[in-house]
Design a protein around this ligand. Structure first.
Ligand SMILES: NC(=O)c1ccc[n+]([C@@H]2O[C@H](COP(=O)([O-])OP(=O)(O)OC[C@H]3O[C@@H](n4cnc5c(N)ncnc54)[C@H](O)[C@@H]3O)[C@@H](O)[C@H]2O)c1
Ligand SMILES: O=C(O)[C@H](O)CO
Length: 308
């Protein structure tokens, strides 16, 4: 956590801060539930059904997740064990939308490939047809999942790049700019230049992006994923890229994170970021403060600020 968040945690609570940044081991997760009143986990700390079953009488009463995505927590099993769950919505929205735009621009304009060329020393200089990419302005973007981040991406696409925006969602959305709701994922995939994923992870959205969806996309289209890796069938994505069914992909998240398949790492038409969505000092501090606001409310016997 950032220094500001650590300082507040130490000032307000009797706190143990784990030094390692790797995901909690199964034994650490058991200990977390057994020995602490409140735990602040983050993505990768898999509080699944088995973990709760391993600790029949947990001391823990709140998992105050650091992050908006909570697909690593079995919320129903937590509830059954008498443990509340909170997350950090809103704090992450703009930064994650910015990373979606970064991926979109880098992939459309071949920025990673160009940077690698310059670094290699092999660049021969500007010429009229060097490294031509996709012009993003005025293109059609399709957004899968039109929640906080999905809408923030759409806003950037509309106001910043004059893009036509379509979306897939469970209900009608009415932002203050024109958008069109798609009837199905395949229809959306087939009609856009850039397909962006902004749904939560978890069982319901696992492998939402199948070979069929990728096959429906235009051969010039790009796939951008800032959601969760498991939303995409990664083997199908690699096949679609290898066969030229789609032109490129920009990925912040991976199905078996942090493992990134060698095939993807070898492809020039993909942009690969290490889950950077919220990686700014300000945003990680805001996320930490919101997680601690939930802890403080819980300790004071008040309603959680942002319950799951
Ligand atoms: N890359 C990163 O660093 C990063 C950062 C923040 C969030 N995220 C991911 O982004 C996700 C979205 O965050 P948010 O704050 O926008 O959440 P949100 O709940 O505001 O938005 C998610 C939207 O997806 C919709 N949805 C769910 N399943 C759907 C489906 N099958 N088809 C269409 N729509 C569906 C929901 O109804 C909701 O409107 C998080 O859950 C997290 O996994 C990633
Ligand atoms: O879910 C989230 O908030 C991100 O993936 C991490 O910031």
């Amino acid at each position: 956590m950032t220094a500001a968040v650590e300082a507040r945690a130490r000032a307000e609570f009797d706190v143990e801060i784990r030094a390692e940044t790797s995901p909690l081991t199964q034994e650490e997760r058991r200990r977390a539930l057994r020995d602490f009143d409140i735990v602040v986990p983050t993505l990768g700390d898999a509080f699944d059904e088995a973990t709760f079953a391993d600790v029949p009488e947990p001391r823990c009463r709140l998992l105050a997740n650091f992050g908006v995505g909570f697909n690593h927590i079995d919320v129903a099993a937590a509830k059954a064990a008498g443990i509340a769950v909170s997350n950090t919505p809103g704090a992450v929205t703009d930064a994650t939308a910015d990373i979606a735009m970064t991926l979109m621009l880098m992939t459309a304009r071949r920025a990673g490939e160009g940077e690698r060329l310059v670094r290699s020393g092999a660049w021969q200089g500007w010429h009229p047809t060097q490294m031509l990419g996709l012009h993003l302005t005025g293109k059609h973007v399709g957004i899968v999942g039109f929640g906080r981040i999905g809408e923030a991406i759409a806003r950037r696409c509309h106001y910043g790049f004059a893009m036509e925006v379509s979306y897939l969602a469970r209900s009608n959305k009415t932002p203050d700019f024109p958008v069109t709701r798609a009837n199905s994922l395949v229809e959306l995939a087939a009609s856009v230049d850039v397909l962006v994923l902004a749904v939560p992870g978890g069982a319901e959205t696992r492998h939402l992006i199948t070979a069929e969806v990728l096959g429906a996309m235009r051969s010039t289209a790009l796939l951008i994923n800032i959601a969760r890796g498991e939303v995409v069938d990664e083997a199908a994505l690699i096949a679609a890229l290898e066969q030229g069914q789609i032109a490129g992909a920009g990925l912040d998240v991976y199905e078996f994170e942090p493992k990134v398949p060698e095939a993807l790492r070898q492809m020039d038409q993909v942009t690969l970021l290490p889950h950077l969505g919220t990686a700014t000092e300000e945003v990680r501090s805001d996320m930490g403060q919101l997680a601690l606001d939930n802890v403080a409310a819980f300790v004071a016997g008040q309603a959680l600020v942002t319950p799951v």
